[in-house]
Design a protein around this ligand. Structure first.
Ligand code: ADP
Ligand code: MG
Length: 229
């Protein structure tokens, strides 16, 4: 990562509500957080407490009702959609509970998908894709389709894909939620290793207390705000 010391995330007093019929659900009621490159944090809380909502907002996939988000000093919500999509692609890497790999493409191609969104030619990025796939232990599976992989292997491809653009923010939503115990431990270990190597900002949301125990900074979402534990 070339601009490590520029990576920063500053979230101030985020509020987010959802309207369902005539009911308003206040999910986030003043969430604040500041992180810089090399920092990691886990957000825990019961199902429905707003973990995914929080992650989507800091990943610019959703807008807050009030409060601010600054990524590397920039307010992403000032950008209109085509520029916002480019910003998101450059700055964030997502790992979800489901791997979201494209079944018709092989492992190497799947890792290059975020590149193809904004560059006509993925070739200059192929070396990094191969390097990342080696780091996640899949160099011998480059030409295999996702269907030929185990759940843990697919999630390891998803990690490589999330990192292809050297994101400043690595955002994970229940990254081990679909995995057996051994695969979950492997995926968690890889996330930490690559986070340390690349000095990005790592935010993981999970209801897995086992995963959460790996983190020094643990934020519990409770009644719409962070309680530090
Ligand atoms: P968690 O990830 O902690 O399980 P979520 O952030 O997914 O929680 O959801 C928090 C609350 O917001 C839930 O009550 C959920 O139903 C509601 N919610 C989330 N997204 C939407 C949406 N797009 N429309 C309406 N309600 C939503
Ligand atoms: Mg969720």
């Amino acid at each position: 990562m070339t601009e490590t010391n520029k990576s920063s995330l500053r979230v101030e007093s985020l509020h987010k509500s959802f309207q369902i019929g005539d009911q308003t659900i206040d999910v986030l009621k003043g969430v604040s957080l500041a992180m810089k490159g090399g920092d990691s944090a886990v957000v825990v809380g019961p199902s429905g407490s707003g973990k995914s909502t929080f992650l989507h907002i800091i990943g610019t996939l959703d807008q807050p009702d009030a409060g601010s988000v600054a990524i590397n000093g920039k307010n992403p919500f000032e950008l209109a959609e085509p520029e916002l999509a480019k910003f998101r692609n450059d700055v964030t890497g997502f790992i979800f509970q489901d791997h979201h790999l494209l079944p018709q493409y092989n492992v190497l191609e799947n890792v290059l998908i975020p590149i193809l969104a904004f560059h006509r030619d993925a070739a200059p990025f192929e070396q990094r894709a191969r390097h990342l796939l080696e780091r996640v232990g899949l160099s011998h599976r480059l030409s295999h389709k996702p269907a030929a992989l185990s759940g843990g292997e697919r999630q390891r491809v998803a990690i490589a894909r999330a990192l292809i653009n050297k994101p400043h923010l690595l955002l994970c939503d229940e990254p081990t939620g679909n995995l057996d115990h051994a695969s979950a431990a492997e995926v968690a270990a890889l996330l930490f290793e690559l986070h340390r190597d690349e000095q990005n900002i790592l935010v993981v949301v999970t209801h897995s207390l086992e995963l959460a125990d790996h983190f020094a900074q643990k934020l519990t979402l409770s009644d719409g705000v962070f309680v530090t534990k």
